[in-house]
Design a protein around this ligand. Structure first.
Ligand SMILES: C[S@@+](CC[C@H](N)C(=O)[O-])C[C@H]1O[C@@H](n2cnc3c(N)ncnc32)[C@H](O)[C@@H]1O
Length: 344
C-alpha cells in the first residue's frame, strides 16, 4: 500500500487545559488512545484536530443505497467517515475499496477502519489518485462497483496540520500537495510562474475578481510560508476592505491548491471513467465544494444522461440541512449530485 513513510518527530507536550496549536492537540488527534478527549471535542460541536467530520452522511446513504454484497469504491477515503457508515450495509458479502492520494493520512485511516473490525475481506485501502480508479478495480476485483463516492477537496486533517501547508490559520511551509512526494509545492510553482499564467489560474480555479493585480504581485515571487503568501495577497489589496482581502486570500489558496494537485484534470478523468466503471444500475455520488468542481460534475452527469450512459441523475444539487451547516461550517459550501448507471 503506502510506500511513503512520515518522518518521526518528537511531539511537543502541552500541559494547559485548552491547547490552541495543532501540535499540542495530540490527545484529540488520537481517538484510540484518548477516546474521552476526542468525544468531548466532538460534543462541543468542533472537529477534533487530526479528524474529519463526514458531510451529508444521511443524504449520501439515501442516494447510494448500499446493500449486502455490494462492491463500493470510496474515491476519497480521508478520515474514513463516509466509509465507516457505508461498510456495515455492505455485509455480508460486500467490500469497500478506499482510495486516497495522501501517503500520511491513509495508513492512519486504514488502521482506524481495521480497529473498527473490518478486515481485508471487506475493506481494502490504496494510496492512489482516483483518476486511476479503473486500474485499481481491475486488479482487485472481478466485478464492477455498485457504488462510487467522491467527496472532493482536502480533509480537515490536511487543512488543520500546518506542516502540510494548506493552513491559513497557522504558518507552515508553502506546500499544499495532497501527496507531498509528487509534483511541486506552491513555493516552487510561484517563482516559475508568469503573470499571464497566474491570472488565468486565479480566474479559472477560484473566480478571483482581482486576478490581474494579484498575478502581477505574486508571479515569480519566492515565498516560503503560508503566512508570507497570505500577507503578500493582503498587501497587494491593501486598498480593499479587510473582509474582501480575506476572501481573496482564501481564493488564492484554493486556486493554487487546485493547480498543484491538478484537481480539475483528475476530476475530469474520474467523471469520464465513471459510467464505464459502474455496474449496471450502479450509483455514483459526488460532493463538491466550489463552483469549478460543481460545473464539471453537472456537465458530465447531464452529458451522460443525454448519451444514455446514465438512466437518472439528480435534479439540481442537494445541500446540507440547517442543523448540519450550523454544526459543521465546512458543510455550508457542499453540493451533492448523483447519477445512476443504465441497467443494460
Ligand atoms: C474531503 S476529504 C474526504 C473525507 C472523507 N469522505 C471522510 O468522510 O472522512 C478528501 C480526501 O480526498 C483525498 N483526495 C482528494 N483528491 C484526490 C484524488 N484525486 N485522488 C485521491 N484522493 C484524493 C484527499 O487527500 C482527502 O483525504
Amino acid at each position: 500500500m503506502s510506500e511513503d513513510a512520515e518522518p518521526r518527530r518528537r511531539r511537543p507536550r502541552y500541559s494547559g487545559p485548552n491547547p490552541r496549536h495543532f501540535a499540542h492537540k495530540y490527545k484529540e488527534a488520537d481517538p484510540s488512545k484518548y477516546p474521552e478527549t476526542f468525544q468531548k471535542v466532538l460534543a462541543s460541536g468542533k472537529t477534533p484536530a487530526g479528524a474529519h467530520r463526514p458531510i451529508m452522511v444521511a443524504e449520501i446513504l439515501e442516494v447510494l443505497r448500499p446493500a449486502p454484497g455490494d462492491l463500493a469504491v470510496d474515491c476519497t477515503l480521508g478520515f474514513g467517515g463516509h466509509a465507516l457508515q457505508i461498510l456495515p450495509s455492505l455485509l455480508p458479502g460486500g467490500r469497500l475499496i478506499g482510495l486516497d492520494a495522501d501517503p500520511f493520512e491513509l495508513p492512519r485511516t486504514e488502521q482506524r477502519i481495521r480497529e473498527a473490525g473490518f478486515g481485508e475481506d471487506v475493506f481494502l485501502a490504496f494510496r492512489c489518485n482516483f483518476a486511476g480508479i479503473a486500474a485499481v478495480v481491475a486488479k482487485t476485483e472481478g466485478r464492477a462497483p455498485k457504488i462510487i463516492l467522491a467527496d472532493l477537496g482536502v480533509s480537515s486533517m490536511q487543512i488543520d496540520n500546518p506542516a502540510r501547508g494548506f493552513s491559513l490559520k497557522h504558518d507552515g511551509p508553502l506546500d499544499m500537495r495532497m501527496n507531498p512526494n509528487k509534483g511541486l509545492p506552491v513555493s516552487e510553482v510561484l517563482p516559475r510562474s508568469n503573470a499571464d499564467e497566474l491570472k488565468a489560474l486565479l480566474e479559472e480555479n477560484a473566480d478571483e475578481p482581482f486576478a490581474e493585480r494579484l498575478a502581477n504581485a505574486l508571479a515569480g515571487r519566492r515565498l516560503k510560508s503560508t503566512l508570507e503568501l497570505a500577507n503578500a495577497v493582503r498587501q497587494c489589496l491593501s486598498d480593499r476592505p479587510a473582509d474582501a482581502r480575506e476572501l481573496s486570500v482564501r481564493r488564492v489558496f484554493q486556486a493554487l491548491r487546485i493547480h498543484v494537485n491538478d484537481e480539475f484534470q483528475v476530476l475530469d478523468t474520474l467523471l469520464k471513467a465513471l459510467p464505464g466503471q459502474l455496474a449496471p444500475g450502479g450509483r455514483a455520488a459526488i460532493l463538491t465544494f466550489h463552483s469549478g468542481e460543481d460545473r464539471r460534475v453537472k456537465k458530465a452527469f447531464e452529458t451522460g444522461l443525454k448519451q444514455g450512459d446514465y438512466s437518472e441523475i439528480s435534479d439540481g444539487v442537494i445541500r446540507a440541512g440547517e442543523a448540519e451547516q450550523r454544526a459543521n461550517t465546512r458543510s455550508k459550501s457542499a453540493k451533492l449530485r448523483w447519477a445512476v448507471a443504465r441497467t443494460s
